[in-house]
Design a protein around this ligand. Structure first.
Ligand SMILES: [Zn+2]
Length: 179
């Protein structure tokens, strides 16, 4: 399955690599190679990182912490202390290096740098009282996204992933009930 970068924040996109979290969790990061591919595909991160077993475990732990804290925000409850410890520790490390040239922006760093960057990005979103964090309203999706739309009226994480599916389902339902 392809990765989706529709959450409005790379750390939330990382959390979104587990779909259908409540019913039938589907984890797109089954092995370190999947994580390497995810980092390469995510905008603003280094093109090539290597994930060893320890770094992979750290990434999954950060991912679950981000998800838990985002869910805490969505539900309006206090942050989970263990997840706070994980994200704050990850954020304290060095971040990827960015360089400007005529060819544009180049980002370099290892996976640990990437995790620090993701943790900081998540913290910025989670700490912002004005940020509209929502869970996708397609039943079973469970992706949490940052709604930056005007008036915060978005109801789905992404049009391709969920919006079109919901519209198609509504169309089929209308067709069934019409005589
Ligand atoms: Zn969705």
């Amino acid at each position: 399955m392809a990765f989706a970068f529709v959450s409005g924040d790379p750390a939330l996109d990382l959390a979104g690599t587990v779909g259908s979290r409540r019913d039938d969790p589907a984890d797109l990061l089954a092995a370190p190679a999947d994580l390497e591919r995810w980092v390469a595909e995510c905008d603003g991160l280094p093109d090539r990182v290597t994930a060893n077993a320890a770094a992979f475990t750290a990434a999954l732990s950060l991912r679950e912490a981000v998800y838990r804290l985002a869910l805490d925000r969505v539900l309006g409850r206090p942050f989970d202390p263990d997840s706070l410890a994980i994200i704050n520790k990850a954020a304290a490390g060095p971040v990827p290096r960015v360089e400007l040239s005529d060819a544009g922006l180049r980002t370099s760093g290892d996976l640990s740098d990437v995790l620090s960057h993701l943790a900081r990005s998540a913290i910025t979103v989670l700490a912002d009282p004005a940020a509209h964090l929502k869970e996708c309203s397609r039943p079973g999706c469970t992706r949490i996204y940052l709604d930056r739309s005007r008036g915060a009226r978005r109801t789905w994480c992404g049009m391709d992933a969920c919006g079109n599916r919901m519209k198609a389902a509504a169309y089929r339902a209308r067709k069934r009930t019409s005589p």
